[in-house]
Write a protein that binds this ligand. Structure first.
Ligand code: NI
Ligand code: MN
Length: 226
């Protein structure tokens, strides 16, 4: 599958003929101004929680593309009320089956209010399974023992994990999270966008190597096969 990094925690995953967009936060991201948002035409937009740095461009992209928003009940309903046509509300522990694969909503330890203060349900991560592989998108989360359940349930080829600390786990806990979900390949997210989450990449890579993990930093706008 091809994965494009669009900054912060935003990824566009092209798999089995589908475009899966995660947590679009592009137009307000000063580091992602070269990303052409009008060219992003996903079939599905997965939203981990309601915070602005994960939902800012959901409405615009969903309306322009007709994409289906997959998230918790509260977030999907909020976007339907704003005129987004298609949504699949789900909740923790549930799996939604598509003709290209499955999406399971898993736990995240975080919060989930909308920027305006509205209730955004509970934060989540996703386990996405397709014929081309299975990956875990953690969303914003602390390290939690619940991640062990993901590792025990089946093979995880790679995991998108927040490493920026302060609002989520940092690199040390992210490396433990990779152990918990039983993968050696991590795509870094939720770092460098704002001063409190700036990281020393070389230091993070050194820590990852010491634990036998591959830590991938994609440049914003870069796409790579996984
Ligand atoms: Ni958040
Ligand atoms: Mn965040």
């Amino acid at each position: 599958m091809k994965i494009s990094y669009l900054g912060h925690s935003t990824f566009l995953v092209s798999v089995s003929g589908q475009g899966l967009l995660f947590d679009p936060f592009i137009s307000p991201n000063e580091r992602a101004q070269h990303v052409r948002i009008e060219e992003i035409r996903p079939q599905v937009i997965l939203v981990s929680h309601a915070h602005q740095d994960h939902t800012a461009d959901v409405e615009q992209i969903a309306k322009a593309s007709g994409a289906t928003v997959v998230s918790n009940f509260e977030i999907v309903n909020a976007f339907l009320e704003r005129g987004v046509a298609n949504g699949i509300p789900m909740n923790h522990g549930g799996t939604v089956r598509f003709d290209w694969g499955t999406v399971k909503m898993v736990n995240a330890v975080h919060t989930s209010s909308f920027p305006e203060g509205g209730y955004g349900g509970n934060p989540a991560g996703f386990v996405v399974s397709t014929e081309e592989g299975t990956f875990y998108y953690a969303g914003d989360t602390a390290l939690t023992y619940d991640m062990k359940l993901i590792g025990e349930a089946g093979r995880i080829d790679f995991a998108m994990l927040p490493i920026g600390d302060h609002f989520t786990m940092g690199i040390d806990d992210a490396l433990i999270a990779a152990d918990f979900v039983n993968t050696n390949r991590i795509l870094a997210m939720h770092y460098d966008t704002f001063p409190p989450i700036e990281v020393d990449r070389a230091d993070c890579e050194k820590k990852a190597r010491a634990k036998g993990k591959e830590l991938v930093f994609l440049e914003i706008g870069e796409a790579r096969e996984f």
